[in-house]
Design a protein around this ligand. Structure first.
Ligand code: NDP
Length: 521
């Protein structure tokens, strides 16, 4: 099978009236199916007994999915099935597995408007972000399909007369995929696709806020030809994830989520339980506190929109979102004025409205958390802008800019994951880099500066996983910006990058004596 070279799935041209009309029609079709009934899916078995409910963050009384909830015995059953099915799936060639993923991508492409509409409803992703998320899921399927074929072609080793050496990458076995809600199709699909492409079987535990989106991923993969025993779905809460990652027969854990949960998983994975025969491999993509440095010579016409969109699009709920701006004191007042002006006119509204820039946050607990940090910012510093009023139904938080916070403030140091941006003055770029260096997080970061020597200096110093220069700091594209954090933001795996699949395989070296001693050949 020859696949065309990878290319990113193009996002929709939302300026076209016909495209916008298509979105409305897709939303009407999706609304007519709500609430979605999401089963626990273990192989061919499906159990529907709604206990978990996902709701629209903008209209919390609208139930989007009525989902069954996995139990400890479901974890055992799903892992046993995945283990039993792993030899069969692993015995398929990389090309055969790639074909299944490419067909799953085609399934999603055909339904991309409905998938985006479901994200709008279930996670309040505004249309452009929801569409981009579906495109990213398609990209992961296509990219890892190709990557797995490349990985299956063994690398060249040194060969000497009388000896044949070979290095092969083989699947590790059962992979537990534990996902967050903020990229509700792309992230679980990406981790699952990475594991499946390389011949592992998967048990997927999606976030409790987005079981409906997870159902669509499993349907796409099965429609593409991934056998039921190779992909099971266990919707549920954190306890299901905790039981899954601790299971004796899980060999790989692909986790994306918050730092505390990630650290707990890494600890759990290090415990060898009775009967366990593998060291568990953990792919951990965790939270951040992403800083944007603005030097005195920065082009503010570029910096202001870059900062505002990075901090507030999707209500600051992208892991890559800007949380702190470190601006040279010579232009700090000017930057604060301009960012405050731009933030105060942001369009806060329902995710299904195309004009909306800032939707609600995901749930009540998130709103309460963001409001708490906003109060601390008001108490300890100064609020430079707050886009109020916001709609009174749904989990809306006013986009807020805080300044003059004291060093060590939790607003500066902790991941808030909402529409609250802190701006701080720094003496110079070196001072800003010292602050970035001092953080335990190192996910994304940005720099606005014109002097090439400043750019060189920051490139050389910054510890972050993804550094963006003179542009916004969100929107990593598969194959173009391999994505993932360093330090306590992740263990350095790069989703959508050339090395990602290596985390799902184990290398085996084989050496054969080819001298045929004493034999007539
Ligand atoms: P959480 O860490 O709360 O949850 C992530 C997943 O882990 C969910 O499925 C959750 O289940 C599950 N879980 C919760 N507790 C446990 C446990 N003890 N053991 C195993 N699994 C558990 O993150 P969120 O879903 O709230 O996502 C937001 C976070 O994810 C932010 O910190 C963000 O920065 C980070 N993130 C990082 C990315 C990256 O690439 N570095 C990308 C996207 C998000 P349940 O939903 O039931 O709680």
């Amino acid at each position: 099978m020859t696949l065309a070279p990878f290319a990113n799935e193009p996002t929709l041209e939302l300026r076209r009236a016909s495209v916008r009309a298509g979105l409305d029609e897709a939303m009407a079709r999706v609304d007519a199916t709500l609430p979605l009934r999401v089963p626990v899916m273990i192989g061919e078995d499906e159990r529907f007994d709604g206990q978990l409910v996902s709701t629209d963050p903008g209209e919390p009384e609208r139930v989007v999915a009525d989902s069954a909830q996995g139990s400890a015995s479901d974890v055992d059953a799903a892992v046993a099935l995945a283990r039993g099915g792993s030899l069969q799936w692993a015995s398929r060639t990389a090309e055969e597995r790639a074909q299944a993923l490419v067909r799953a991508a085609a399934w999603m492409r055909e339904r991309r408007l409905e998938l985006a509409a479901l994200e709008v409803r279930e996670c309040a992703k505004p249309w452009p972000e929801a569409d981009a998320d579906v495109c990213e899921a398609i990209d992961f399927l296509e990219y890892y399909a190709r990557g797995a074929i490349e990985l299956a072609a063994s690398p060249e080793l040194v060969q000497v007369p009388g000896e044949r050496n070979e290095l092969r990458y083989v699947p590790r076995g059962v992979a537990a995929v534990v996902a967050p809600w903020n990229f509700p199709i792309a992230i679980p699909c990406g981790m699952t696709a990475g594991a499946l492409a390389t011949g592992n079987t998967v048990v997927l535990k999606p976030a409790e806020q987005s079981p409906g989106c997870a159902l669509r991923i499993v349907q796409a993969l099965r429609a593409g030809g991934v056998p039921p025993e190779a992909i099971s779905l266990l919707p549920g809460e954190g306890d299901v994830g905790a039981a899954l990652v601790r299971h004796r027969d899980v060999q790989t854990i692909a986790f994306t989520g918050s730092q505390p949960v990630g650290l707990e998983i890494i600890r759990a994975a290090a415990e060898v339980v009775p009967g366990q025969r593998y060291l568990k491999q953990v792919v951990a993509e965790l939270g951040g506190k992403n800083c944007v440095i603005v030097d005195a010579d920065a082009d503010l016409d570029e910096a202001v929109p870059g900062i505002v969109s990075s901090a507030f699009i999707y209500a600051g709920q992208k892991c890559s979102a800007a949380a702190r701006v470190l601006v040279h004191e010579a232009i700090a007042d000017q930057l604060i004025d301009r960012v405050a002006g731009a933030v105060s006119v942001l369009d806060v509204g329902q995710a299904d409205q195309l004009a909306t820039e800032v939707p609600p946050v995901i749930e009540r607990a998130a709103k309460e958390r963001v409001d708490r940090y906003a109060q601390i910012a008001r108490r300890d510093g100064r609020i430079a802008a707050r886009a109020e009023p916001v709609p009174n139904r749904g989990w809306f938080c006013p986009p807020t800019v805080a300044v003059d916070l004291p060093a060590g403030s939790p607003v500066l140091e902790e991941e808030i994951f909402g529409p609250l941006l802190a701006i701080e003055r720094v003496r110079d770029v070196e001072h800003a880099c010292d602050i970035v260096d001092g953080l335990p997080f190192a996910l994304t970061g940005g720099l606005f500066a014109r002097d090439p020597s400043t750019v060189r200096y920051v490139r050389g110093r910054t510890p972050v996983g993804n550094l963006y220069i003179n542009r916004g700091i969100t929107g990593a594209m598969v194959g173009r910006q391999p994505f993932g954090g360093n330090r306590l933001s992740g263990n350095g795996t790069k989703a959508g990058g050339p090395d990602y699949l290596r985390h799902f395989v184990e290398p085996r070296a084989l050496t054969e004596n080819t001298m045929r001693h004493g034999l007539e050949v």
